[in-house]
Design a protein around this ligand. Sequence first.
Ligand SMILES: Cc1ncc(COP(=O)(O)O)c(C=O)c1O
Length: 481
Amino acid sequence: MLSRKASEDSHGQDSSYFLGWQEYEKNPYHPIHNPTGIIQMGLAENQLSFDLLESWIQRNSDAVEMKKLDGASVFKELALFQDYHGLPTFKNELVKFMAKIRGNVIKFDSENLVLAAGATSANEILMFCIADPGEAFILPTPYYPGFDRDLKWRTGVEIVPMHCSSSNGFRITSSCLEQAYQQAQNLNLNVKGVLITNPSNPLGITMTKSELHKLVDFALDKNIHIISDEIYSGTVFDSPKFVSIMEVINERIHENDEISKRVHIVYSLSKDLGVPGFRVGMIYSNNKMVVSTATKMSSFGLISSQTQYLLANLLGDDEFTFKYMDENKRRLKKRKQILVTGLRNAGISCLKSNAGLFCWVDMRHLLSSATFEAENELWKRILYQIGLNISPGSSCHCSEPGWFRICFANMSQEALQVAMRRIKIFTDSNSTMFSIKQQLVTSTKPIIITTVEGKLLIGFSSYHGKNNQKPINNFSSKIKK
Ligand SMILES: Cc1ncc(COP(=O)(O)O)c(C=O)c1O
């Protein structure tokens, strides 16, 4: 009765990334009303600097009330405005803000900017502009789980994963790029480009200049596009500093000016300003055809003129934006440190990172085996037993089991501390379980061990493990709480 799209299951909503959100919704943590509920650590949202935005709003109520500085109302003007090119003042402030984030080493021209309803929409529009259904984009793994929906679902574009490895900190190499390209050829897929997120979601790291040069070499060699999703460019809170693909292109423009027409940036205010609900995203491209087509397409998901007006005023306040960016980074850095320290106390390490709203966490030692089944089993135990929703690496298409993304900026510091206590109890009980298991195998007598949240664990062993024979195959039935 309905379209194929409506009836088929290609949206990606059944990924553990989204399933974890659903479980959280059923039983959300609240310090007083639901202290044993699930803590949401699977959502890359920045709530750390809301007070700064709110105090700006209080000081500038005219902008919210749709008034000019002289008190004259712009209500009618905004209510009637429907130009899909966007408010010129807003676009000017956006390009200035983008330059500011990049230390003013690059100049952006508002003529090359297309507004869209979030980076979600901006990425999809670029797919529609660059690739036909059945054509492909290469994405380094691990990647943001939403891309399966944003890039593929409505466009029919295919994603070819490029597998990066923990052995070099998941960095992009020329051989990985070539391998992914070869894989696409084997699948008879025409590759139209590579899409990167810089800084990376989920790794929380910025790409080096040398990685970006390799990427440009590859794009030149294969005659393809590069999309750089720089949605986290303003959340780089530690060195090394952020380098945008545009900087690298500017350095190489003399070599081949065609490449600048094949590089496109996606940006949004969802992360750096922490306003995902405002749905403010954009495409920046030096390709006139892409800008013109994307602008026409943007009419399917525009930003309301009221939002544009408010944010034009906010971004136009230079003193505020500088202070906000500085303070926001300081808070993010501190927050990340609380997570890293808490995890370290529980014997868990993270990939060294300098950006983003999350850490890429190594839990390989907690897996019962080095498989994605074991990763899924661990994810479920963490979700249901200790009430933390984190995102398993498999949902980010990581090729190595045992990595998880943990977000740190979408909750209060107290909630993060509760989460860290829970994870410590979990890893302690895990190692106690391991030692009980060992003792059950080797002991000839019943053993009694007290541990885990003050509960008494008693293990009974009814056979001689040392010299013989049967492994324990029903361990849990031998343990009574
Ligand atoms: C890399 C990346 N791109 C795009 C998005 C979507 O952002 P928006 O809320 O602006 O649509 C996200 C959100 O998490 C993201 O992490």
